[in-house]
Write a protein that binds this ligand. Structure first.
Ligand code: SF4
Length: 279
């Protein structure tokens, strides 16, 4: 493992000072309610803040509490999620809400290990909930933090390899301070989202540029290294659309597999699907 190339407190002090002046005001930042924080963290996976804000507010209007989400039908939850993509998130959210109500007396566990037992909550999301809702000293490693750390510490290996994964978790844990966890967690997310952005990082505005190894080496535009992409399997399908007097015959796909749980045109009674390749 590679040692952090600078003292952790120099990083957190500069970052927190910057966050105090430049931090974004977002709807889920005004609360410590684990339900709202969990919802925002799930919605923000693979999705930008700008796309999430409307969904977050509409979702909370329909399901203001954990209990109301648990009592909803999956169809209602998926319908509200429509357009946000990655629908397994909505299904897991619903399943986790039901589990929390039936097996956890409607209360979120406060530690990372227990949070990770819930559907749809990985290590980084568990860390974010523990830090933001319960002020636990828990580290996160989402896409933004991963990029920031690859540059700050000039990690010159593919960021998603097993070795990099271990290295990055070690650094993010070492950098997480013992106090002001809530602010620190928001701050490092903001740094990646607004300054250390994927293309052309804004190093002149960066509060930790004086520590940044990539900047010192002139590698800020080269890091993180590009991941070699896996070949995507090719899938071919033929579908028939069944319409009668302006109405369409639709049914929901199975809960597992390709486009799980999405509505689709029922074709089995009218023709055969053709799946020559892919899975
Ligand atoms: S100096 Fe530039 S590359 Fe380094 S952390 Fe800041 S924005 Fe990112």
């Amino acid at each position: 493992m590679i040692e952090l190339p600078f003292p952790a407190d120099k990083f957190s002090i500069s970052l927190l000072d910057w966050y105090g002046r430049q931090g974004r005001s977002l709807p889920w930042r005004e609360t410590r309610d684990p339900y709202r924080i969990w919802l925002s963290e799930i919605m923000l996976q693979q999705t930008t803040v700008a796309a999430v804000i409307d969904y977050y507010q509409r979702f909370l209007k329909a399901f203001p509490t954990l209990e109301s989400l648990a009592a909803a039908t999956q169809e209602d939850v998926i319908n509200l999620w429509a357009g946000l993509g990655y629908y397994s998130r909505a299904r897991n959210l619903h399943r986790a809400a039901q589990l929390l109500v039936t097996e956890y007396e409607g209360r979120f566990p406060e530690d990372v290990d227990s949070l990770q037992q819930l559907p749809g909550i990985g290590r980084s999301t568990a860390g974010a909930i523990a830090a933001l809702a319960f002020e636990q000293r828990a580290a996160i490693l989402d896409g933004n933090v991963r990029r920031v750390l690859c540059r700050l510490c000039a990690l010159q290996q593919p960021p998603r390899s097993t070795a990099s994964e271990k290295q990055l978790w070690l650094w993010t844990e070492q950098l997480t301070p013992v106090e002001r966890i809530h602010d620190y967690t928001q701050a490092i997310m903001d740094l990646g989202a607004t300054v250390c952005v994927p293309r052309k990082p804004l190093c002149e505005q960066c509060p930790v540029a004086f520590l940044c190894q990539a900047r010192q080496l002139g590698l800020e535009n080269e890091l993180p290294l590009k991941q070699v992409k896996k070949q995507v399997p090719l899938r071919q399908q033929i579908a028939l659309m069944v319409e009668k007097e302006g109405r369409f015959l639709v049914h929901r796909r199975p809960a597992e597999g390709f486009w799980a749980d999405c509505g689709s045109f029922r074709i089995s009674a009218w023709g055969k699907t053709k799946l020559p390749t892919g899975n």
